[in-house]
Design a protein around this ligand. Sequence first.
Ligand code: AMP
Length: 277
Amino acid sequence: MKVVETIANLKSLRLKLPEPVGFVPTMGYLHKGHLALVKRAKAEDSSVVVSIFVNPTQFGPHEDFDKYPRNPQRDLALLEKEGVDLVFMPSVAEMYPPEFSSWVDVGKIAERLEGASRPGHFRGVTTVVAKLFNLVQPDKAYFGQKDAQQLAVIKKMVADLNMNLEVVIVPTVREADGLAMSSRNTYLNPKERKAATVLYQALGLAQKLWSQGEKDAQTIRQRMTALIQKQPLAHIDYISIADAETLDELDAVRPPALVSLAVKIGKTRLIDNVVVE
Ligand code: AMP
């Protein structure tokens, strides 16, 4: 496994990789969710490239960029074990030199839900992912269902800008009690970690109500809200039942619908989702 920090070195090693090339962009502090993406790429492609870059432009001024967990040595050991060919770990200055001034903005779909709670977040995501796609030139890029809106936004960018690659969706990897794996779970103390299962419970309730024939989205949102409000450590940011592609909020649930939520557990903001079909 080769590890490079500069764009020049990435480009020269990329030229030698057997195709098709699979690419997994990450912010590091890897867990089994990330590794599921890597394993899928490994199974489908002749070469696998992983990036580890905590992208400052997708964090708001009062968010956790500085304290976002980092452990590059451990990450590299995990990726080596998976048989990854090339890891790109650039510095912030390498990705955003002082003269940098171009941005990718996909419009409406990036302004709701996460985009409404975190203004500018998706502009940072799409810009860095576009840069990484240009550098790595993958045949396929792998993203987790865990970040459902990110997936929708990236798919829109790829379609609108005619990017020449396939976006592959990998199902959410969960802990035994249902909590979606996330690098941010490490912020939770033991009490909060227990309370955090309320996200998955609320999504399970939505699925159950839908399978019992409930079609009214507002009823489902209200039942989810009531369940989460019983957990004193949890504070709801949003609960959404939306068209899975456009993310338009629904009055009547029609499949495939994305049920997604953002909930603060103590100071830690967690997101999760399920698709009802
Ligand atoms: P991050 O490092 O949080 O930016 O995530 C990098 C990629 O891993 C994104 O495509 C995420 O959607 C994906 N990912 C994160 N957590 C999970 C999970 N629990 N299951 C599946 N994919 C995940």
